[in-house]
Design a protein around this ligand. Structure first.
Ligand code: GLN
Length: 482
């Protein structure tokens, strides 16, 4: 395995802010350097698909102008941020990792993008991902796989592989990803950084290209827990452009609060059966650390877990088959030039444009929604989804948070699993449960395997209790890096 030494600029939101205010650098200078560094390093990983130098420098200049006038430049002032290419950016190519949208330039910005730029954030570019966020390894991108910066012959995870890789590589300080069934947490664990899936509805989905609307989330990646919390702070909150965005007030996620004494942590024992020891041992060691910090650890049960993958792949593909109908060569996307008739034009445009994984999901989703099968599959899956959510409700009557694995194994070799989609689906077992329940969950780095590959620990809490999740994550981070 080629373990590479990767450049990690080592910057945080705070260190950039301090540098700006101490006049060590201007936001414009810092951005120029960040762009040059990212462009030079990118060929190693293929994590960025598009750079946005003009947009980045304009954002940086406005931060400098505010500082010069004595105004507050915002909580993300001058911070280099990358955005997953399923999140739309006005005037900036947004491909969704698909050949169909290879030249698509959106006419509007996603709400999360608007909010992070208003907070002084600097968008360096757009990141590679599995086509329409479908996948677990980033190998389903029409623009080539992303390589994991920790070990370049391995996948970075998916579908937000590019967003995880840029933060781990040090070519962005923060990034936005999207998570439908694990696409933030799993790549975060493979790349050794923090990745947060907030409560469903916590962050507006306006401008997030729909995969499975009842499961889609936007969330942050960062090297530190605090920076992830700060980015979430900026993008969270009600947005009238998304009817499913929550009215619940956004608490201060960044208030210092490291004390976890007396917090009750649930460990679902069934999640650890059959888990490779290289991963399981790291997570159990992390649970011990939490115990030493004063947490009370209890065994809990989530009895419907064995049905979660089947349930997820019915609901997600059903919704995807409806959401992907719009890519028809008329409303969006490249149009086949070979067609003689209208229906042939639809068929050929979709056939030439979509990759195999999207086609597989469109067929499966159409099937489970079809007359005669709807009740047997789709409706039943919705009932199972409720049972899974209830498992968590019951568990949270006894504990404040649950600690679990993120993935059954660490980052695997590029090409190793591409020919076995079912095996890839089964590996989503630890992440799809939280997604189906709509609860907040995050992956926190918890050491490495003997081979040097990062392992992530998942922390899950009750709806809208991101604060407890961050508190535990931060206390663990502090204890494990001291
Ligand atoms: N790996 C899961 C899938 O392929 C999750 C994807 C996601 O969260 N976007 O559907």
């Amino acid at each position: 395995m080629s373990l590479t030494r990767y450049t990690n600029a080592g910057h945080t939101i705070d260190s950039i802010r301090a540098g700006l205010f101490a006049k060590e650098f201007s936001a414009e200078e810092f951005t120029r350097q960040a762009l040059a560094h990212a462009e030079a390093e990118n060929p190693k990983t293929n994590a960025y698909l598009t750079f946005a130098p003009e947009r980045a420098l304009n954002a940086a200049r406005s931060v400098d102008a505010k500082i010069a006038k004595g105004e507050d430049p915002g909580p993300l002032a001058g911070v280099p941020i990358a955005v997953k290419d399923v999140i739309v950016t006005r005037g900036l190519k947004t491909t969704c990792g698909s050949k169909l949208l290879a030249n698509y330039i959106p006419p509007y910005d996603a709400t999360a993008v608007i909010r992070l730029e208003q907070a002084g954030g600097v968008i360096l570019g757009k990141t590679n991902c599995d086509e329409f966020a479908m996948g677990s390894s980033n190998e389903n991108s029409a623009f080539g796989p992303v390589r994991n910066p920790v070990a370049l012959d391995r996948v970075p995870g998916g579908s937000s592989g590019g967003s995880a890789a840029v933060v781990a590589q040090g070519t962005a300080v923060l990034s936005l990803g999207s998570d439908t069934g694990g696409s933030i947490r799993q790549p975060a664990s493979f790349c050794g950084i923090n990745g947060v899936t907030p409560t469903y509805g916590r962050v507006s989905r306006y401008g997030l290209t729909a995969f499975a609307s009842s499961l889609d989330h936007i969330g942050p990646f960062a090297r530190t827990v605090r920076d992830a919390a700060r980015l979430l702070q900026v993008i969270a909150g009600r947005d009238e452009m998304d009817a499913t965005s929550a009215f619940a007030p956004v608490p201060d996620y960044t208030a210092p609060n490291g004390d976890v004494r007396g917090m009750k942590i649930g460990v679902p024992r069934e999640y650890f059966d059959g888990l490779a020891s290289e991963t399981g041992d790291r997570i159990m060691a992390a649970v011990d650390t939490l115990k030493k910090l004063g947490c009370e650890v209890r065994d809990i049960q989530l009895p419907h877990t064995p049905y979660a993958v089947a349930c997820y792949y019915i609901i997600a593909t059903a919704e995807a088959s409806a959401n992907l109908a719009r890519y028809d060569g008329v409303r969006y996307t490249a149009r086949s030039s070979k067609a003689q008739t209208l229906s042939e034009m639809y068929r050929l445009s979709r056939d030439e444009g979509f990759g195999d994984e999207c086609k597989r999901r469109i067929m499966l989703g159409t099937y489970v929604l079809s007359h005669g099968y709807y009740d047997a599959y789709y409706l039943k899956a919705q009932k199972v989804r409720t049972l899974i959510a209830r498992d968590f409700e019951r568990a949270f009557e006894q504990v404040d948070a649950i600690v679990a694995p993120v993935s059954p194994f660490p980052a695997f070799k590029i090409g190793e699993k591409v020919n076995d989609p079912a095996a890839m689906y089964l590996a989503d077992i630890y992440t799809v449960t939280g997604s189906l329940a709509g609860i907040p969950c995050m992956s926190v780095p918890c050491g490495r395997t003997p081979e040097g590959l990062p392992v992530g620990m998942q922390i899950l809490t009750k709806h809208f209790n991101e604060t407890a999740m961050f508190r535990i994550a931060e206390a663990y981070e502090k204890a494990s890096t001291n």
